[in-house]
Design a protein around this ligand. Structure first.
Ligand SMILES: [Zn+2]
Ligand SMILES: [Zn+2]
Length: 370
């Protein structure tokens, strides 16, 4: 491509897409420094380059634009509407989360695209999620109800963007804007260190070893969702096999904070095939909570390494799947996620943990994979 004759913009464009290498952190810091310092003229030139790259139809160029768009969104308050409008014109696949924070021109364009490209338009509007976008979803919901059509899918796209319409047509967020980096420390029951902790624990449903996230400070619930916890620490047990075969896995927290996987989720015949060949090592996990991070840090899965976090918006590898609370029937809230690559797992998926803000005893765990 032709790089513009502005040193900062040129340097920036040449540094994308980021590759996994030893200098990655350094490169990211440089990119953020340049992005946050761009003046109005430099940003306009950058926009022009991004639009040309989008129009080129070259997938490599498109990857660059995707990463730069995410970084502009995460680290600056620059308006991305011009690039978004151009992107909509290219008719290419666009990640819906690009539309978070988009302005009125993009919103109008998406509304005009509903008939032509309903999937992208609705996803984009859900990610914008402002008052007008919410009103648009309420109107669609009321219309489909009047036509006596099957109702209930009106929250499909809002769920993707982390919110839903309540029965009273209010916008209810399903994740916390507080977010912390987190590192799971997995005690493998086969390792000598584990023996000091405890014996392998078996799943009552499928009899394989379970993994238990131990002794999580329940005060985190207060930090994240302003829920007053009833216990000091809470456990999230999950069984790899059951999580794989049922979505989601349910557990009930007792008054001492320990949790038990619900028994009734699987029939033995469902797991028979898996049981013989797959056996996880189980163990327990303790959680190291790190620095505060942007709640949308892990949304763009492709460009992020470590998606393990407490709070924030979940990284859906597939479509969003918020469980319904077994006790009150409301949609459960996203609490944390663990990258299975950091665990001794047979299935290194992303594991998602949910709580209910009304029913402190109800927890759920699910996973997704590519
Ligand atoms: Zn199990
Ligand atoms: Zn509930």
């Amino acid at each position: 491509m032709d790089y513009p004759n502005l040193p900062n913009v040129r340097k920036l464009l040449q540094s994308y897409p980021r590759r996994a290498n030893a200098n990655r952190t350094e490169i990211e810091r440089m990119q953020i420094d340049i992005l946050t310092d761009l003046d109005a003229h430099e940003f306009e030139v950058l926009e022009g380059c991004l639009i040309r790259q989008l129009n080129s139809g070259d997938p490599h160029q498109y990857d660059m634009v995707a990463e730069i768009m995410v970084d502009i969104q995460a680290y600056t308050s620059q308006n991305r509407d011009r690039v978004l409008l151009a992107a909509l014109d290219t008719q290419q696949f666009l990640p819906a989360q690009w539309f978070r924070g988009a302005g009125d021109t993009v919103k109008s364009k998406l509304i005009s695209l509903v008939r032509h490209n309903p999937e992208l338009a609705k996803r984009g509007l859900a990610w914008i999620g402002d008052e007008e976008a919410v009103a648009w979803f309420v109107e669609k919901k009321n219309k489909s109800r009047n036509q006596n059509s099957i109702n209930g899918d009106h929250n499909l796209y809002p769920h993707d963007a982390g919110w839903e319409l309540t029965p009273d047509n209010e916008k209810r967020p399903l994740f916390s804007l507080h977010c912390f980096e987190m590192t799971p420390v997995h005690w493998n029951p086969l390792s000598p260190q584990f023996k000091q902790h405890e014996n392998p624990e078996l799943c009552e449903v499928c009899n394989t070893r379970i993994i238990r996230v131990k002794s999580l400070r329940a005060s985190l619930l207060k930090d994240l969702f302003a829920i007053s916890p009833l216990v000091e620490t809470v456990d999230f047990p999950f069984c790899e096999l059951c999580t794989m075969l049922t979505e989601p896995l349910r557990a009930i927290v007792s008054i001492d904070g320990t949790a038990k996987i619900c028994k009734s989720i699987l029939k033995p015949e469902d797991i028979a095939d898996w049981f013989s060949e797959k056996r996880g090592e189980g163990g327990c996990i303790t959680i190291d909570i790190g620095a505060r991070r942007d709640p949308f840090f892990a949304v763009d899965y492709c460009s992020r390494d470590n998606v393990s976090q407490i709070g924030g918006h979940p990284t859906w590898v597939q479509d969003s799947e918020y469980p319904i609370c077994n006790s009150c029937g409301r949609t459960m809230l996203f609490f944390m996620q663990i990258d299975g690559n950091q665990l001794y797992c047979i299935f290194p998926f992303v594991y998602y943990f949910f709580i209910c803000d009304l029913c402190p005893e109800q927890i759920a765990v699910s996973n997704q994979h590519t």
